[in-house]
Design a protein around this ligand. Structure first.
Ligand SMILES: [Zn+2]
Length: 145
């Protein structure tokens, strides 16, 4: 095993992005009250006029996660990420599923119930990938405790 012989601590300045509402830091309580959008309803696409702002590393205790993926067979452990986005001055949050296998399972469920057909399903997975990549590049937003 190699030993680290040349370590040091340095000082750095970092910028953090704070989510504000009317000039005040957004609180956890306000965040919980944001309307939640089902990523399936938007077909994993960001419609014109909507803007992705960033991710929030906070999952409320009563989080329902990605709607559709949040069945008892997945439980609270389903992987997802909270994303804040804006449309015409109104902000919403999306619990975006980050686990491909869970998205595929939900897709199969939708196909078997006739909700989605083959080409639409393949398109949905493609859109999910694109949006996942966009979300991974978003800044993390901080909210007040
Ligand atoms: Zn959550």
């Amino acid at each position: 095993m190699n030993r680290i012989m040349d370590a040091a601590i340095t000082t750095a300045t970092v910028d953090i992005r704070i989510l504000r509402v009317s000039g005040n830091k957004m609180t956890l309580a306000v965040f919980r009250q944001l309307p939640q959008i089902d990523p399936w309803d938007m077909n994993f696409r960001v419609q014109p006029g909507r803007e992705l702002w960033g991710t929030v590393n906070y999952c409320p205790k009563d989080c329902e996660g990605p709607i559709g993926l949040w069945h008892s067979d997945y439980g609270r452990t389903a992987h997802h990420q909270h994303v804040v986005w804006a449309c015409s001055g109104e902000i919403s949050r999306v619990a975006f599923p980050t686990n491909r296998s869970l998205v595929l399972k939900d897709l199969q469920r939708k196909e078997s119930s006739g909700f989605l057909g083959g080409p639409e399903a393949a398109k949905a997975i493609g859109e999910w990938h694109l949006l996942k990549n966009r979300i991974s590049e978003l800044p993390q937003l901080f909210i007040a405790v």
